[in-house]
Write a protein that binds this ligand. Structure first.
Ligand SMILES: [Zn+2]
Length: 271
């Protein structure tokens, strides 16, 4: 599944090809995505100029003259820039055709992705308005986590994976960040000190930034017509390493289910 680093890498990959271009046509071959592509969207967007591509959580926001397209990659979605004349494959559900003969093509075998439209600020859309801060913003820090967590008994791992608390901390990143911060994933969120939350916020930023850096160097060119941009994995310290030695102390990594998610940790390094 594309996580925040893949979505940000995608944004950086497609943005230079889209900004400043005019949309010639939106071609929808399959409307039945996670939510149906709105009827009439083809007419709405035709002829509009693209002013920029932003990201909020895992949503890509393509800003046009009269509103914004809200695009989500779901479980299996990928975007590429291709010549519009390239014949579509089975799972190539839509093309945003540009005035330079190229198109932005969405491929999504499982169809959990989405393309929606809003004429208001995208942040006020119902899918986005209750989301917590971006993990790489200054607003997200140890002080914020500490204040929000007081009185909460939920496991800290579930707390940081809650999109109302902060967006984009998927299971891999939560496991890795808790290891780097030396915090046991099952510890109650309300019983962690401000100082330790500062270490945790820094660790979350570090694992996400590392992944975005890796993505920038390992992802296939977004304009390549052969193959899809693959999703990437950075080197992992604890995730899916149950029974193997902790890279710091050598103790065997343990696996525990917390909030239905697999949680990997070192019983010696994480308290
Ligand atoms: Zn250890």
């Amino acid at each position: 599944m594309p996580e925040l680093p893949e979505v940000e890498t995608t944004r950086r990959g497609i943005e230079p090809h889209l900004t400043g271009r005019r949309i010639v046509r939106l071609a929808v071959r399959e409307r039945r995505l996670r939510w149906p592509v709105p009827r009439g969207l083809e007419t709405t967007v035709a002829g509009q100029r693209i002013h920029g591509v932003r990201r909020r959580a895992k949503y890509l926001l393509i800003e046009l003259d009269t509103g914004s397209l809200i695009l989500h990659l779901g479980m299996s979605g990928a975007l590429r820039i291709l010549p519009t004349a390239t014949p579509p494959d089975k799972h190539d559900h839509l093309d945003l055709e540009l005035d330079d003969g190229q198109c932005l093509r969405l491929t999504d075998p499982r169809r959990f992705g989405a393309l929606l439209w809003t004429t208001r600020a995208p942040e006020s859309h119902k899918l986005l308005r209750e989301l917590g801060p971006e993990p790489l913003s200054d607003e997200f820090n140890g002080e914020y986590l500490h204040a929000l967590s007081r009185g909460r008994r939920a496991a800290v791992k579930s707390f940081i994976m809650d999109s109302h608390v902060v967006v984009g901390v998927g299971n891999i990143y939560a496991n890795e960040a808790l290891f780097l911060a030396g915090i046991h994933p099952a510890r109650a969120a309300g019983r962690i000190s401000r100082q330790r939350y500062e270490q945790l916020a820094a660790a979350i930023k570090a694992v996400l930034e590392q992944s975005i850096r890796v993505g920038g160097t390992t992802l296939r060119d977004f304009t390549g017509s052969d193959g899809r941009p693959g999703y990437f994995r950075q080197s992992l310290r604890v995730y899916e390493r149950a029974g193997r030695p902790c890279p710091v102390c050598g103790e065997a990594i343990r696996l525990k289910r917390i909030g239905q998610r697999s949680s990997y940790y070192c019983p010696h390094c994480q308290r």
